[in-house]
Design a protein around this ligand. Structure first.
Ligand code: C5P
Length: 250
């Protein structure tokens, strides 16, 4: 998997997601060639989060995979190792492309997760990537100190959690684009950095605290950007998506 823009489909129902993604069909009919780029533009990589998954169940994943989308299933698992392993086995069987958990669950939990995921995905040639959340992009350093009682600087915590994820055999982390460079420095260039908290210039920040534009995320070395409201909340979401791709990939 190369650099890509992942759209956070934070909608309330499958119907709303499909209605949104159908807007991209127009690009499909406009492209003559059927090369990799054309396919990724007309069938964007999507992220499905808890709200949609808990309301619609695994059928939403099946629907999106059948339509040709790559799917990042963002459920952020965090539980005892055995429970996470068994759950990951179930998720691996869905054919998802990326799935995640909280690095705060520790190395043993992350190793168990990887084992479970690989068992579940045994029948697929393309194995899913397993990535860890270091600190949520809605958490800033002050909140981490005051509420989570973690005294170290945020950057150190993110780097240490990323290193734990690497030791556990994971493929990368979800992090702020502000931390992509330090993570690559500590964990190597092949270790994926998947970065939410992305805003097109001039867009509202909302509840995110550490945001970056797609161009800045590219310069920071992010491998994937996850973009929600800067695409889904726009009157012209296909245009916003294309702009994100141009700024991040081209
Ligand atoms: O709308 P916005 O671009 O802020 O959406 C970001 C998406 O990325 C949301 O679905 C959010 O749950 C997710 N996310 C995040 N920070 C993380 C992990 C996931 O914002 N650390």
């Amino acid at each position: 998997m190369g650099k890509d823009v992942i759209i956070a489909c934070d909608f309330a129902s499958t119907e709303e997601v499909i209605r949104f993604l159908d807007k991209f069909n127009k690009i499909r009919s406009e492209v003559v060639s059927c090369d990799h780029v054309s396919i990724s533009v007309s069938r964007p990589f999507v992220k499905i989060g808890m709200e949609l998954f808990y309301s619609e169940g695994p059928a939403i994943i099946k629907t999106l995979k059948e339509r040709g989308h790559k799917v990042f299933l963002d459920l952020k698992l965090h539980d005892i190792p055995n429970t996470v392993k068994k759950t990951m086995q179930v998720l691996g069987d869905y054919g998802v492309d990326i799935v995640n958990l909280h690095a705060a669950g520790g190395i043993e939990m992350m190793k168990a997760a990887k084992e479970g995921l690989m068992l579940g995905a045994a029948r697929f040639a393309d194995k899913p990537k397993l990535i860890a959340v270091t600190q949520l992009t809605s958490t800033d350093e002050e909140t981490m100190h005051r509420e989570l009682l973690i005294d170290r600087p945020l950057k150190d915590v993110v780097a240490e959690y990323a290193l734990n994820a690497k030791k556990a055999g994971l493929d990368g982390v979800v992090c702020s684009a502000h931390e992509a460079a330090i993570i690559h420095e500590v964990c190597g260039d092949d270790f994926l950095t998947v970065t939410p908290g992305i805003r097109l210039a001039g867009d509202s920040v909302g509840d995110q605290k550490r945001v970056m534009t797609p161009a800045a995320a590219k310069a920071a070395g992010a491998d994937y950007i996850v973009v929600g409201r800067s695409i889904t909340g726009e009157d012209k979401p296909v245009g916003a998506y294309t702009k994100c791709r141009e700024d991040f990939i081209d």
